[in-house]
Design a protein around this ligand. Structure first.
Ligand code: CA
Length: 394
């Protein structure tokens, strides 16, 4: 339990009773408020996903992006970088693209994100990958055929939240709820709200629907939801290395999946945030929240939305020191991630890697649409900006 959760539970011990009637009302209203706060606190903080809040980035260089993200030294290793010529092992599964594999520099040296260093050589074998993130229409087909209930739709298990009165545990998920004025960027509760009833079908809460968003990426997806879909589809989640190799589209050591310019030719290349996060979205790219999965140009491998739009789950556990571990032992071949998870900002909360950044990332905040950057999310936590795509081994 976090300190914030404790603070939120403190009013429960208050016992002021000015009169029987007033006391009754007070208890009723206080109970309602406490219910909301405790539930919000327990799940909001327990289901930490919003790592971006702790990665405030004020480096103006990110706005211009004229840097290489790779190491300066060119040695023998550079000659090993490249895409394999492995032909596809048959016809492409529907909606998938063949990635022939190869060797690349993984990570980002000058993103000012310690967990993306050191940049190191990684070799991945060939695989199929979804051309786009899984859409609402695709996820609906899965749910129709299997009856699957996502984590956000399930009543939280009291065993997982022993400090919370079970009657206060209600199904829901986190929704981006922008404040009306500027707020400090070190408190994600200023723009994230736990909303009972929010789920993939109702991304911003019970009143919201998917109408007109059938071709947008599904969101409010926890890690096990993504794994369940992948298994049903005969696929799996990508490793972090597979995702980054695919996202780079042969632009080795470039800053973005689309090159080194944030706005190539003056055009936005991905659905991210313009303006001052989180209160002022100028929507220069045309999208306040998610965008259709093919709204922006494809990368070098023909993949869409490998930077921005929605976070996408990977199979790897998250550790900030993983790249250092890999770099110490030469070229990493098909790395599968560390054996366990550790996030120093939330020790004890199991987290998996996420890639791509989302529509909430800007050059001043988060910035994790940078192709060599890394995200992480608590496995039990979706959010209105979290989705996934699948891969398939040949
Ligand atoms: Ca946008």
């Amino acid at each position: 339990m976090t300190n914030k959760m404790r603070e939120r539970e403190m009013p429960a011990s208050a016992t002021s009773k000015p009169s029987r009637v007033r006391s009754g009302r007070w208890v009723f209203y206080a109970g309602a408020v406490i219910t909301l706060l405790v539930v919000a606190g327990a799940i909001f903080f327990g289901k930490q996903k919003w790592f971006g809040a702790t990665n405030v980035d004020t480096n103006a260089d990110h706005a211009h992006g004229n840097h290489s993200s790779g190491p300066r030294a060119a040695g023998d290793s550079d000659s090993r970088v490249g895409t394999n010529s492995t032909p596809p092992p048959g016809l492409a599964p529907d909606g998938m693209v063949w990635i022939p594999g190869g060797t690349f520099w993984m990570g980002c040296e000058d993103c000012e994100m310690p967990d993306t260093t050191p940049v190191h050589l990684v070799e991945v074998g060939g695989f199929w990958i979804d051309r786009t993130p899984v859409t609402n229409a695709e996820f609906a087909r899965f749910v129709d055929r299997t009856g699957y209930l996502t984590v956000a739709e399930r009543k939280p298990d009291p065993k997982e939240y022993p400090q919370v009165d079970p009657k206060n545990l209600v199904a829901g998920s986190a929704v981006f709820s922008p404040p009306s004025s500027e707020v400090p960027l070190d408190d994600i509760t200023q723009w994230w709200r736990y909303v009972p009833g929010a789920s993939w079908k109702h991304p911003e809460g019970p009143a919201s629907t998917l109408e007109g968003r059938e071709n947008h990426p599904v969101v409010q997806i926890a890690w096990e939801d993504a794994v369940a879909y992948a298994k049903w589809a005969g696929k799996r989640l990508p490793t972090e290395a597979e995702f980054e190799f695919a996202a780079r589209g042969e632009k080795d050591r470039d800053r973005y999946a689309w090159g080194n310019e944030l706005k190539p030719g003056g055009q936005w290349a991905a659905n991210i945030w313009q303006g001052r996060f989180p209160s002022n979205n100028t929507v220069e790219d045309g999208f306040v929240r998610t965008s259709p999965v093919m709204a922006f140009p494809a990368n070098g491998f023909g993949l869409y939305d490998v930077g921005g739009n929605v976070w996408q789950w990977c199979s790897d556990w998250y550790r900030p020191d993983y790249f250092a571990t890999l770099a110490a032992s030469g070229i990493a071949v098909n790395p599968q991630g560390p054996a366990d998870s550790f996030d120093p900002q939330e020790p004890g909360v199991p987290k998996r890697v996420q890639k791509s950044g989302s529509f909430l990332c800007s050059d001043r905040y988060c910035s994790r649409y940078l192709v060599g950057s890394r995200g992480r999310g608590a496995v039990d936590s979706g959010g209105s900006n979290t989705g996934f795509r699948c891969v398939k081994s040949p």
